[in-house]
Write a protein that binds this ligand. Structure first.
Ligand code: SF4
Length: 320
């Protein structure tokens, strides 16, 4: 593996741990991660190289209102890009290449989150950690769980979500406590669609096994039925899937569920379409009157009826 290291990131503890862990890697020192990450450039030796960098811009940004549980929600980033290869993923066109970045100045990122929280009113606020990469998979490089789960425990009415398609829960099992402020959200889809559209992600069964293990230890677990894909025979495929999930997981133990179809802004939709013209699921979306490209209301309602039947408290993404 090739590891690019920003010179200003060299002295951070996490950088040293990564170098120690990947002793046989080729290390290249760089001045600024953007010199590698912001280039339309293909690394010929390794499709996804690792870049270790210091985040000098904002880590926290506001999520759209009612994106998830509450009106008040934020994304924060500690890494960019993902080892997995989901066809519909917005990271494919959000960034210019597939190299993965780990930002190692955790104290700066925590300070920014702390400062943001100190400006918020006293109701529930959510921080989403996994919108720029699969944080749980990335943990083997970033030690995210150790660094951030305990950090979030100090707050009242503040929650963090770790969303994942990985079944590698070792870092969670190795915590010395069961977190009250972090929920682990597993995205689930039928295996036939995982095989086709979510390459390299953990199988449905191994994600279910991870969910059941965490539930048995009293972790707060979410299920995200996301993105629901409007493929041919979707009603049959998803109704079988809902039955299967219900037979394998004690749904009453799940903290909450969430359902959403594919959803792109008009700008993002046009970008992904220009890059992946043959991606069939893109052609099954339409421009809704809220200016998002998404499945038709009829398809969404069919999905929602199924998942409300599975959990009548199921939250629907950006449905008014
Ligand atoms: S797991 Fe998530 S972040 Fe990774 S490629 Fe798939 S959709 Fe993108």
């Amino acid at each position: 593996m090739i590891i690019y290291i920003e010179k200003q990131a060299l002295e951070y503890e996490q950088t040293k741990k990564i170098i120690e862990r990947f002793k046989n890697s080729t290390i290249i020192y760089i001045d600024n991660y953007k010199n590698i990450f912001d280039k339309d450039y293909t690394n010929l030796d390794s499709k996804k190289a690792l870049i270790i960098a210091k985040l000098n811009s904002n880590a926290v940004s506001e999520a759209p209102a009612w994106y998830g549980h509450t009106k008040s929600a934020y994304f924060f980033k500690t890494s960019l890009n993902c080892i997995f290869d989901c066809d519909y993923c917005y990271l494919k066109w959000a960034f210019k290449n597939e190299n993965m970045v780990v930002f190692v100045n955790y104290d700066d990122i925590k300070n920014e989150i702390f400062h943001k929280i100190s400006t918020l009113w006293e109701w529930e606020h959510w921080f989403y950690s996994s919108d720029y990469s699969d944080i749980l998979w990335m943990n083997s490089l970033s030690d995210f769980s150790n660094e951030f789960i305990e950090f979030f425990e100090q707050f009242e009415d503040v929650k963090m979500e770790i969303r994942t398609k990985s079944s590698n829960i070792t870092s969670l099992l190795n915590l010395w406590f069961i977190p009250k402020n972090t929920e682990i959200a597993f995205s689930l889809n039928p295996q036939i669609l995982i095989d086709k559209y979510e390459k390299w992600t953990s199988s449905l069964d191994s994600r279910i096994e991870a969910i059941n293990k965490l539930l048995s230890l009293w972790f707060k677990v979410w299920i995200r039925f996301l993105p629901l894909l409007p493929v041919k025979n979707y009603e049959e495929i998803y109704s079988e899937f809902a039955k299967y999930v219900n037979s394998k997981i004690k749904m009453c133990d799940i903290n909450s569920t969430f359902a959403s179809g594919l959803l792109y802004t008009k700008k993002d939709y046009n970008k992904i379409l220009s890059k992946y013209k043959d991606l069939d699921i893109l052609h099954m979306l339409e421009l809704d009157n809220d200016w998002f490209y998404r499945e038709s209301k009829k398809v969404r309602d069919t999905f929602y009826t199924m998942f409300k039947k599975l959990d009548n408290k199921c939250i629907l993404c950006l449905e008014y």
